[in-house]
Write a protein that binds this ligand. Structure first.
Ligand SMILES: [Zn+2]
Length: 143
């Protein structure tokens, strides 16, 4: 190996070393500044914020599209479910309404019975309607 070859290899190593060292120092200074200088920090954060905002702005249409698709999916699936189970839903709603009506009727009947005057049969002790002429149970004629 010639002297020039050794020298150039050494120089190349030096340059790389200096560059690496320089970059390290620059990075170190940047980190220190970032930690201790609020102005630099806020500027750096501002840049990041701006980048994020830019990204969101760029994807505004995409986000809107996704939202629309999601809304469509929700509406369509609800429609499909309602359509698919229409009979069941209708049937059950009717059933519930019938049950309510029936329970109201039963309650009304019970109240009516409770407040209406009754006549007890002397033979079988069955309670009959106040105006009954005969006992509903044993057929005894009321006086
Ligand atoms: Zn009777």
């Amino acid at each position: 190996m010639s002297t020039t070859g050794i020298f150039s290899a050494f120089t190349a190593f030096n340059i790389i070393f200096v560059l690496f060292f320089g970059v390290s120092i620059a990075f170190f200074v940047f980190v220190i500044l970032l930690i201790f200088n609020p102005k630099v920090r806020s500027k750096f954060m501002g840049v990041q914020l701006k980048a994020t905002k830019q990204m969101l702005d760029d994807n505004k249409e995409t986000i809107k599209d996704i939202k629309n698709v999601q809304a469509d999916i929700a509406i369509e699936s609800t429609d499909k479910i309602l359509e698919k189970h229409e009979d069941t839903i209708k049937k059950n709603v009717t059933k519930v309404a019938d049950m309510s009506a029936e329970s109201i009727e039963t309650t009304a009947r019970a109240i009516k019975k409770g407040i209406s005057k009754t006549k007890q049969c002397p033979e079988c002790l069955k309670f009959n309607d106040e105006n009954a002429k005969f006992c509903q149970e044993c057929g005894k004629k009321f006086k």
